[in-house]
Design a protein around this ligand. Structure first.
Ligand code: GRG
Length: 276
């Protein structure tokens, strides 16, 4: 996998190029900041497992990373985030307009790449995935400041905004290998479950780490009024007074009593429940 990932990185660098200096600058800034490249790995893993060894697997691995990067650029603008991959976000460095536009560039470059693979099923899978990701983000926006959000609705958002691209990446490996639809669907199920678990853990990790970092992550979520699973569980399990404190924070986007809220989340076992 390590050797194969070098081929993916080469494809990413090759296809990132543009004649426009600012596009090169911003796209290289975010792509070279690291990133775990989980989605490209899923494409390779399933293509390899099902016996497909053609170079198109590297093209599609780069394609899903471009889509992922475009969503990160847009997401950091939406959330007004200042840190990504241990560095300043592109929006903090280059401004919102440039970030959104370079996200658009990466997204359309991803479409050029997938068209080059010349398979209708690939277009079908990725057009559906990007559509659902955008729906997930809009659903999340609609759920902001809603302390009565049902757990199923929270799970729907993370299935759409995060798990869908994991699902599509795994499915693409099977598509490349011309696997029967039942096999494709099983690979997609694996990707969806992994992606759902991934986002749940991501929300959980906001409550761990050093105090300053913890305050920042949980504080950012609360300021946006984002009702994540640890908060929903803590509300369900807490006393009436504790429930009211969390409700108020989500509704008002208020972070003043952050330490108390983190204490309630921990004491009620909401982190363990999220992990389970
Ligand atoms: C451009 C089609 C399109 C849609 C834009 C803003 C938006 C709609 C979508 C955002 C979706 C989003 C950011 C979901 C969260 C995904 C997530 C868990 C990101 C972090 O992934 P990692 O940990 O990141 O794999 P690295 O840095 O390792 O690549």
């Amino acid at each position: 996998m390590a050797i194969e990932m070098q081929a993916v990185d080469a494809a990413i660098q090759q296809h990132l190029r543009s004649d426009v200096v600012l596009i090169n600058q911003i796209s290289h800034y975010i792509v070279s900041a690291g990133g775990k490249r989980i989605r490209p790995r899923l494409v390779l893993l399933f293509a390899n497992a099902l016996g497909f060894a053609g170079p198109e697997r590297f093209t599609l691995a780069a394609t899903v990373e471009f889509i992922h990067t475009a969503t990160l650029l847009h997401d950091d603008v939406v959330d007004e985030s200042s840190l990504r991959r241990g560095r300043q976000t592109a929006n903090a460095m280059f401004g919102n307009a440039a970030s959104v536009l370079v996200g658009d560039f990466l997204y359309s470059r991803a479409f050029q790449l997938m068209v080059s693979v010349d398979r209708m099923r690939v277009l079908d899978v990725l057009a559906d995935a990007t559509n659902v990701i955008a729906e997930g983000e809009v659903l999340q926006l609609m759920n902001m400041h809603d302390p009565d959000l049902a757990v199923d609705d929270y799970l729907r958002v993370i299935r759409y905004k995060t798990a869908k691209l994991f699902e599509a990446s795994a499915r693409l490996g099977a598509v490349l290998a011309n696997a029967p639809r039942e096999v494709e669907d099983l690979c997609a199920d694996y990707g969806r479950s992994l992606g759902t678990a991934f986002q749940l853990v991501d929300d959980l990790l906001d409550y761990q780490g050093a105090t300053a970092e913890l305050g920042k992550n949980v504080g950012d979520d609360l300021r946006e009024g984002k009702p994540t699973l640890p908060l929903l569980v803590a509300m369900e399990r807490g006393t009436e007074e504790e429930r009211q404190l969390i409700r108020h924070a989500i509704e008002q986007g208020e972070v003043e009593r952050l330490d108390e809220i983190v204490g309630i989340v921990r004491r009620t076992g909401a982190l363990e429940a999220t992990r389970d």
